[in-house]
Design a protein around this ligand. Structure first.
Ligand SMILES: [Fe+2]
Ligand SMILES: [Fe+2]
Ligand SMILES: [Fe+2]
Length: 406
């Protein structure tokens, strides 16, 4: 398996905010638009190296808000205490998460300060003036611009300027304000970026111009970045904390116990980390519902497996493992989803993942039931040998589950 770490990590970091910005099926492109505006504002005042970090920080600036009940942009211009309390943690959580991606520490620092105001009234640290890095100041104004566009009826450049000018020398500096508006005015750029449908093409052009963040091949950058993505996926749903990481670890241990080759073990580890990525496009109120789901809601939840397939096909470097990840709800007898595959028609790696996914679900806490013990989970699994699960894989898996702290 030949993998280019620079290309793969860049594809992941670009695709993730796109997926997170899908709200009830609508693509809102908040992070991509903030990245475009930040990239254009910072180009010139900083060199190409720093520009990349500002651009990538802008892409991931709201990643710490994935666990919020609704998309973060809806809290930002509301001046009530609840919104304020909800928002307070997201720059810190985001910075912590992003610092786990190799080479991304400078971007994490920029994210930490992206809600600081130059008058000292921002959060989380109430920093003041130029003690806030240039990159964080740039993201602050770019973020503010997009929030006005997304949450108000602002449709002309004049309306935007009128709405934003009262915050000069409070939220952002006069210099940066004029710099941002010069960019929006030039060649009527504001009217090009206003329709959401234009965002992907503009984003692609700016991204190509700024270039990829170089990732050294000698560190496990892809694995670490996938672990970062897995954490984001698990944050979306509070009852599944650590689920993707555990599924990946169980599956890798089983693959090793089965003496599978190095490439297949890697594919299983990676597919395990991303198997539930489709859940990022399922709405929170269904994922969080503590009571029984109705038929329609259940169907929406089931869609996550197919969504995993769609999303992973958007990441060219990971297309090889899209089916493995997406097939984790297929059943050995063919009655599963999303493709109704059966027996050897289900990739072996996916059969392993299916078992690990079910075992972890059974032994985890849920609001409506207590976790099963190891013995109870084993009994359940054995009952479903040959119907839901591959009997041969069960033989390898039970000792692995037993030795994983049960
Ligand atoms: Fe934010
Ligand atoms: Fe934002
Ligand atoms: Fe899962």
């Amino acid at each position: 398996m030949v993998i280019n770490p620079t290309k793969t990590v860049n594809e992941l970091i670009t695709a993730l905010p796109y997926i997170i910005d899908i709200e009830d099926g609508r693509k809102i492109y908040h992070s991509w638009r903030v990245a475009i505006l930040s990239g254009l504002c910072a180009k010139g005042p900083v060199g190409p190296g720093e520009l990349k970090y500002i651009f990538y920080a802008a892409l991931l600036h709201d990643i710490g808000g994935v666990g919020f009940p609704i998309h973060i942009i809806h809290y930002l211009k509301r001046n009530d205490k609840i919104s304020h309390n909800i928002l307070l943690s997201h720059p810190i959580v985001g910075a912590q998460l992003v610092s786990n991606i190799p080479q991304m520490n400078p971007a994490a620092k920029i994210i930490l300060d992206h809600h600081e105001w130059i008058n000292g009234h921002g959060y989380p640290r109430a920093k003041f003036g130029d003690s806030i890095s240039f990159g964080s100041q740039v993201i602050r104004i770019a973020d503010s611009i997009d929030i006005f566009l997304q949450t108000t009826r602002t449709r002309t450049l004049k309306q935007l300027k009128d709405k934003m000018s009262p915050n000069i020398d409070k939220e952002y500096s006069k210099d940066l304000f004029h710099r941002a508006f010069r960019i929006l005015e030039k060649d009527r750029f504001f009217y090009k970026i206003l329709p959401r449908k234009n965002v992907p093409l503009i984003f692609k052009e700016i991204h190509e111009e700024i270039g990829l963040l170089k990732i050294p091949a000698k560190i496990d950058a892809v694995g670490k970045t996938l672990e970062f993505v897995a954490q984001i996926v698990d944050m979306k749903h509070p009852f599944t904390s650590g689920h993707s990481l555990r599924v990946s670890r169980y599956a890798m241990a089983i693959a090793l116990a089965m003496s599978l080759g190095h490439d297949e073990v890697t594919r299983i580890r990676w597919a395990g980390l991303l198997h539930d990525i489709g859940k990022l496009s399922v709405s929170r109120h269904i994922l969080d519902k503590p009571t029984t789901l109705n038929h329609e809601e259940y169907q929406k939840i089931q869609k996550h497996a197919h969504q995993t397939f769609v999303i992973m096909n958007m990441i060219p470097s990971l297309r090889d493992i899209a089916l493995i990840a997406a097939a984790h709800h297929e059943r050995f007898d063919g009655s599963g989803y999303p493709f109704s595959l059966s027996k050897e028609g289900i990739p072996r790696s996916a059969r392993i993942l299916a078992l690990c996914d079910a075992f972890d679900a059974m032994t985890s806490n849920r609001p409506y039931r207590k976790p099963l013990t190891f013995e109870e989970a084993c009994r359940e699994i054995k009952k479903m040998s040959g119907t839901q699960f591959d009997p041969e894989i069960i033989n390898y898996a039970l000792p692995v589950f037993r030795s994983s702290g049960f």
